[in-house]
Write a protein that binds this ligand. Sequence first.
Ligand code: HEC
Ligand code: HEC
Ligand code: HEC
Ligand code: HEC
Length: 117
Amino acid sequence: MKRLIAFFVVLFLPLYAIAAEKQHIKTSEDQECFDCHTAETDLWNSGKHGLMSVKCVVCHGSTDKNFHAKPDINRCRACHWEKVADVEKKLYPKERKCTLCHTLHSVKSKFHSDGGK
Ligand code: HEC
Ligand code: HEC
Ligand code: HEC
Ligand code: HEC
C-alpha cells in the first residue's frame, strides 16, 4: 500500500506543479498595473477593452490572491459566452485561444484591415 501511494505521489506531483498558477511578485497598494506594464496598457488602451474599461483585474485577478498569469477562455465567458461556446464547439481543447484570431490586449481582429497591432 505504501509503495502504491508513493507511486501515485511521484506520478501526480509534476502534474500539480504544471497546473498550479504562477504567482505575481509582491506589489504595494499604491502601485497600479500600468506603472510597471506600460506596453500592455498602451495596447489595451488602443482597443475596445480600454475604451469600455474592461480592466486588467477582470482577466488577471489581483497580484496577491487569485492571480492568473495566463487567463484562458473561461475568463471571457461572462461577457462573451456565445463566442466561447462557439470556440468550444469548433476547436479542440488545446487550440482554444481567442488570440488565434484576435490580437492580445488590443483585442482586434487579425483578419481585417484594422488587425495586426
Ligand atoms: C511594481 C511593478 C508591478 C506592478 C504594480 C504590477 N506588475 Fe505585473 N509584473 C511585474 C514584474 C516584475 C513581472 C515579472 C516579469 C517576468 O517574470 O518576466 C510581472 C509579471 C506579470 C505578468 C506575467 C506573468 C507571466 O509569468 O507571464 C502578468 C500577467 C502581470 N504581471 C499582470 C499584472 C497586473 C494585472 C497588475 C495589476 C493588478 C500588475 N501586473 C502589477 C511588475 C509589476
Ligand atoms: C480580456 C482579458 C485580459 C485583460 C483585460 C488583460 N489581459 Fe493581460 N493577458 C491576457 C491573456 C489571454 C494573456 C496571454 C496569456 C497566455 O500567454 O496564454 C495576457 C498576458 C499578459 C502579460 C504577459 C505578457 C504577454 O504579453 O504575454 C502581461 C504582463 C499582461 N497580460 C498584463 C496586462 C495588463 C497590465 C492589463 C491591463 C492594462 C491586462 N493584461 C489586461 C488577457 C487579458
Ligand atoms: C467584463 C466583460 C468582458 C470580459 C470579461 C471580456 N470582454 Fe471582451 N469586450 C467587452 C466589451 C464591453 C467589449 C466592447 C463591445 C462592443 O463594443 O460592442 C468587448 C469587445 C471585445 C472584442 C471585440 C473588439 C472589437 O474591436 O470589436 C474582442 C475580440 C474581445 N472583447 C475579446 C475578449 C477576450 C478574448 C476575452 C477573454 C480573454 C474578453 N474579451 C473578456 C467586455 C468584456
Ligand atoms: C477562428 C477565428 C476566431 C477565433 C478563434 C475567435 N474569434 Fe472572435 N471574431 C472572429 C472574427 C473573424 C470576427 C469578426 C471581426 C470583424 O468583423 O472585424 C470576430 C469578432 C469577435 C467579437 C466582436 C463582436 C462580433 O460579433 O463581431 C468578439 C467580442 C469576439 N470575436 C470575441 C471572441 C472571443 C472571446 C474568442 C475566444 C473565446 C474569440 N472571439 C475567438 C474570429 C475569431
